[in-house]
Design a protein around this ligand. Structure first.
Ligand code: ZN
Length: 292
């Protein structure tokens, strides 16, 4: 199943025709209307009733659905209570960042939830900044997880989406020691989408091709099988310390190819379009504009 946030209303996406997952071929079924009010329209609230919802959706006779404009899609988890993010979770990215790959515990930081935007959001570049890109697999929590094992972890995950951990490097590194969270939480710095895909839709949820391109030039390309800490391991490690709550968002780390690691270093410029995609999950298209 794929669910989406269409103009702040929860929808189920249904492929029209040949199983093509392009949004232009999808139809949207409004969940509140189709369920006769059993489930609310607010996309974030569905994670509190995730198992009920999945049960209903698997047996309900859904209407055909309606065509929609992909530009109206918001984040499938627009207002999470917690947004956790992992640093240095691919070896080649740790190397390009000048760090040894983590052993033991993964580096964890937060993106404040006000940065979460939809898959086609326009993002304002801060003046004088060094704004960088980081395509990432995002997991959304579907069931409260506290001190769960890696073996049980995926039972607590509602699904996956594409994320961009946009990062203002000057601000990220400004404090001593560096404090990542503000530089990674500026307005629009957390695009997530284009929808949420449940794991049963994926042939191998542990091995997905993820990549990103700027104005058609590919800058990142890797596979989630290269993650140092897999999603089950991350859920186990994070939930060992804090409860993960329904609707929480986990950014799992970026592969190599960020602007910070290039020589010379390269930053996003006004007018550029960043396309971030993950096999089976769709793509984000975010254009950058100068601060006015
Ligand atoms: Zn990141």
């Amino acid at each position: 199943m794929r669910i989406a946030n269409l103009a702040d209303r929860l929808v189920i996406l249904v492929s029209r025709g040949s199983g093509d997952s392009q949004s232009s071929h999808d139809l949207a079924v409004d969940v509140e209307k189709a369920s006769g009010g059993k489930f609310a329209a607010d996309p974030q609230s569905i994670y509190h009733r995730w198992e009920d919802f999945v049960g209903w959706a698997s047996t309900a006779e859904l209407p055909t659905g309606e065509a929609f404009d992909p530009a109206d899609l918001g984040s499938p988890a627009p207002t999470p209570r917690q947004v956790l993010a992992i640093g240095l979770n691919y070896r080649a990215h740790a190397a390009e960042s000048g760090f040894a790959a983590p052993t033991g515990e993964p580096p964890v930081f937060t993106k404040f939830s006000s940065c979460i935007v939809g898959p086609y959001a326009e993002v304002t570049l801060p003046p004088g900044g060094h704004t960088d890109w980081e395509v990432e697999l995002v997991a959304v929590v579907g069931r409260r997880a506290f001190q769960v094992s890696a073996q049980d972890a995926l039972q607590h995950v509602a699904g996956y989406a594409v994320g961009q951990d946009i990062s203002e490097r000057t601000l990220q590194m400004a404090a001593t020691p560096p404090q990542f969270s503000l530089g990674k939480s500026l307005p629009g710095f957390g695009p997530v989408g284009p929808w949420l895909t449940t794991l049963d839709e994926l042939e191998d949820p542990n091995d997905l091709w993820l990549r990103c391109a700027i104005d058609g030039q590919q800058v990142q390309s890797s596979r989630t099988s290269e993650l140092i800490y897999s999603v089950p391991e991350l859920v186990a490690k994070l939930s060992a310390s804090i409860p993960l709550l329904p609707g929480d968002v986990i950014f799992t780390g970026t592969p190599s190819g960020v602007g910070l690691g290039q020589s010379p270093q390269r930053w996003l410029q006004p007018g550029e379009e960043l396309v971030s995609s993950i096999e089976g999950l769709g793509e984000l298209r975010n254009r950058f504009v100068a601060a006015s």
